[in-house]
Design a protein around this ligand. Structure first.
Ligand code: GLV
Length: 321
């Protein structure tokens, strides 16, 4: 059976089923050895690729794009699309979509949850109780107050703004850094990641991944955050120099980190896993039933719309576009 739709990597099961039912979609073999045979048979059919863009899975690279002569659209079931070679897509006039807005609330909720866990030590305190240490070692050590904290948001986009909105209810003061100040924003703009880190108690990373933001949080930014500062990352692991972060956590360079994303998912360095001042989540910020259903539905609408009309519902800007 032929199909214009090709799935790359895992997708939410409801989306995978819908793509099969509605479009008889194929799935690119995960085994690299089987890809060539698959492409020899199906490459000419494919007009739309669908991917969740999860780390640890093949991205939509220039080779894959070049191997699909009729490819015209790439639909991501994710807000981030840094695993796709946008330059290669733009050079061929291939349209790209993502799933903005529908996941903003859950990702912002997760960022605030990580921040509270980190400052109040909930995950560490849970381990303390389970290990029987409350009874043997006494009360858990004192932690840090969340309400009123000075928070810096690196990347005041849709998700960064939703995080700021939530934290206003905690009387937090919000500063941010973007490449340019956000017109009309009530929050204080700081001109660099270092200036932002220096001014806050908690630095929350919410900027897109990709080459332009690679290691935006490096050893110097962590030093500016300082021994009493906390880092939260719900964006992409590529934004942080993970080696520098591990050293800062280990040596008291910063107080702690709450991480939902990592440099080489799903592989989290053993040294990071051994640190009690880190809260580590398996990239779950948007992973609620409601949000994954909304992301699946929006992705499907993008695919169906493109096949019917040649336009995507939530396209992303392409380089040079
Ligand atoms: C999740 O990380 C996403 O990009 O949607």
């Amino acid at each position: 059976m032929t199909s214009p739709v090709l799935q790359v990597g895992p997708l939410p099961p409801m989306l995978e089923r819908a793509l099969q039912n509605d479009h008889a979609a194929h799935r690119l073999p995960d085994d690299p050895g089987a890809v060539e045979t698959f492409l020899a048979e199906h490459a000419e059919e494919v007009r739309v690729l669908v991917t969740a863009g999860v780390a640890g899975v093949r991205g939509i690279d220039a080779d894959l794009i070049a191997a699909l002569p009729r490819l015209a659209a790439i639909a991501h079931c994710a807000v981030g699309y840094d695993n796709t070679d946008l330059h290669a897509a733009a050079a061929r006039g291939i349209a790209v979509s993502n799933t903005p807005d529908v996941l903003t609330d859950c990702v912002a909720d997760a960022a605030v949850g990580l921040m509270i866990d980190l400052l109040r030590g909930f995950s560490a305190a849970d381990r303390y109780v389970r290990a029987g240490r409350w009874a043997t070692a006494g009360p858990f050590p004192l932690t840090q107050r969340v309400s009123g904290a000075r928070v810096g948001i690196l990347g005041l986009g849709r998700i960064g703004t939703a995080i700021a909105d939530r934290l206003r209810a905690f009387d937090c003061t919000i500063s941010y850094h973007n490449r340019h100040p956000v017109p009309g924003s009530a929050h204080r703009y700081l001109p660099s990641p270092i200036a932002l880190a220096r001014a806050v108690d908690v630095l929350i990373v919410a900027a897109p991944g990709g080459a332009a933001t690679h290691h935006l949080v490096d050893a110097a930014v962590l030093a500016a955050l300082g021994p009493h500062g906390y880092l939260v990352n719900i964006a992409r692991g590529s934004l942080i120099d993970e080696g520098a972060l591990i050293r800062a956590l280990r040596d008291g360079g910063i107080a702690g980190a709450g991480l939902d994303v990592f440099a080489d998912e799903p592989n989290v360095p053993a040294e990071l896993r051994s640190l009690d001042n880190a809260v580590l989540l398996p990239h779950l910020a948007s992973a609620t039933e409601q949000t994954r259903a909304a992301m699946s539905e929006l992705t499907l609408r993008n695919v169906t719309s493109f096949l019917a009309t040649g336009t995507l519902i939530t396209p992303v800007p392409l380089p040079g576009g």
